[in-house]
Design a protein around this ligand. Structure first.
Ligand code: A2H
Length: 252
């Protein structure tokens, strides 16, 4: 963890009923995978969520009505930030692993795709954010490559019990970057000849390239702010997501 606190937007990805057996005791509550993002303006392009198969998660009571699925570490931080039903103390209703979450159908704010699924990503860090990541393969190189791996490798899908119909077949273009086009992550991953989600060094370079250019030169291709600069509308979209109750701010 860095010296400066990092502020994330936590996106509330709602688990669609009926719940699987493992979440049965949560029936009647609103249950969300809470994904930490630095790019709330990209939420139109969500195609799936990412979880770490061997990661430890829990279903935590955040308020009278809402339950968030995330790591214990994030639940503790949230409790100190006044997001826990029991003040200052995480309240875990069910202990879970990433395996329990793979295949959950989700409804996520702003996403063009009405239902998206939780899928395995092997490079998720459990000491950052919530351990849940929302996937925007148009603009995030990590997401693009993790999706590429799942699509290209039947054995990987089989290993984690991923059904073909859970894997999105289309990337949703959401931002144009003059130098990189409408699917910047795909273009940069191809240009740098990145082979898989484990190609750490090249992915760091891809992230650096797309992140900076996306922010300074990107324009929106979709949604309420189509044609507007990413830089201008990012804080507006963030505020709207929070005011509508679809997201909260989280620092660590
Ligand atoms: B970002 P930073 Cl479109 N492990 O959201 C691995 N990655 C994680 C994570 C974890 N525990 N928690 C969050 N992240 C990802 C969108 C996005 C992101 C786009 C483009 C770039 C990008 C959609 N995925 O991040 O180390 C989340 O992915 C580029 C770095 O705190 C989060 O924002 O800088 C970002 O990493 C936070 O990483």
């Amino acid at each position: 963890e860095g010296v400066q606190p990092q502020e994330y937007t936590l996106i509330k990805m709602e688990v669609v009923q009926p719940f699987p057996l493992k979440l049965g005791s949560l029936e009647g509550k609103r249950v969300f995978l809470a994904a930490a993002t630095l790019r709330p303006e990209t939420m139109y392009g969500q195609t799936n969520a990412w979880v770490l198969p061997d990661g430890k998660y829990g279903a935590y009571e955040i308020s009278e009505t809402d339950v968030f699925i995330l790591t214990e570490r994030a639940a503790l931080n949230l409790a100190y930030q006044n997001f826990s039903k029991i003040p200052q103390k995480p309240s875990c209703l069910v202990e879970l692993t990433g395996y329990d979450l793979i295949g959950l159908p989700l409804r996520s704010p702003l996403a063009v795709n009405e239902i998206i699924y939780a899928l395995p990503m092997l490079t998720i860090l459990t000491n950052k954010g919530t351990g849940i990541v929302t996937s925007v393969p148009s603009d995030a190189p990590d997401d693009y490559m993790a999706l590429h791996d799942l699509s290209a490798k039947p054995a990987l899908r089989a290993k984690y019990g991923v059904k073909d119909e859970w894997v999105p077949s289309e990337i949703v273009p959401i931002i144009n970057i003059p130098e990189f086009g409408d699917k910047a992550a795909e273009k940069v991953c191809l240009d740098l000849k990145i082979k898989s989600q484990n190609d750490k060094d090249k992915l760091a370079e891809a992230k650096r390239l797309t992140y900076l250019k996306g922010f300074t030169e990107g324009t929106m291709l979709i949604g309420e702010f189509v044609g507007r600069k990413v830089q201008e509308i990012k804080p507006i979209i963030k505020t709207k997501l929070i005011e509508s109750g679809d997201a909260i701010l989280y620092s660590e």
